[in-house]
Design a protein around this ligand. Structure first.
Ligand SMILES: [Zn+2]
Ligand SMILES: [Zn+2]
Length: 123
């Protein structure tokens, strides 16, 4: 079990419910997720180890604007608590330490969206 080193909320228009709602963003070294606080739509990202600069790796298919955020976190690498940059798109999620430049890359893995009327069956 790894503890989250990134935890923040970002209010924006949800791609699923279309409402302005806090998107709860959490990341640990083994996984990252974004959850809509209004509808519960969840996106899970898993670590990616390939070279992120590989040509063709980034497809221009993003379902909304890429978020470019700053939050304070304690770096896993330099152990300094300070600003980390988060870049979050539909398919990519990265965290970047502004102190030592250490970067975690994640790729989109799964999404689940709770049924609006049925039982919320979240695996
Ligand atoms: Zn939503
Ligand atoms: Zn660092």
């Amino acid at each position: 079990m790894t503890e989250d080193f990134i935890g923040m909320r970002y209010p924006t228009t949800c791609y699923n419910c279309g409402k302005m709602a806090d998107q709860e963003i959490a990341a640990s070294s083994s996984r990252a997720e974004v959850v809509c606080s209004n509808c519960g739509a969840t996106r899970i990202f898993v670590p990616r180890f390939e070279d992120p600069a590989e040509p063709g790796e980034f497809t221009p298919v993003e379902c909304y604007d890429v978020w470019d955020l700053l939050t304070d976190a304690t770096c896993k690498n330099c152990h300094v608590t300070g600003p980390h940059r988060l870049i979050i798109g539909c398919r990519n999620f990265s965290t970047h330490c502004e102190n030592c430049e250490y970067t975690h890359f994640f790729r989109f893995d799964v999404e689940y969206i709770p049924e609006r009327d049925g039982p919320s069956d979240i695996r």
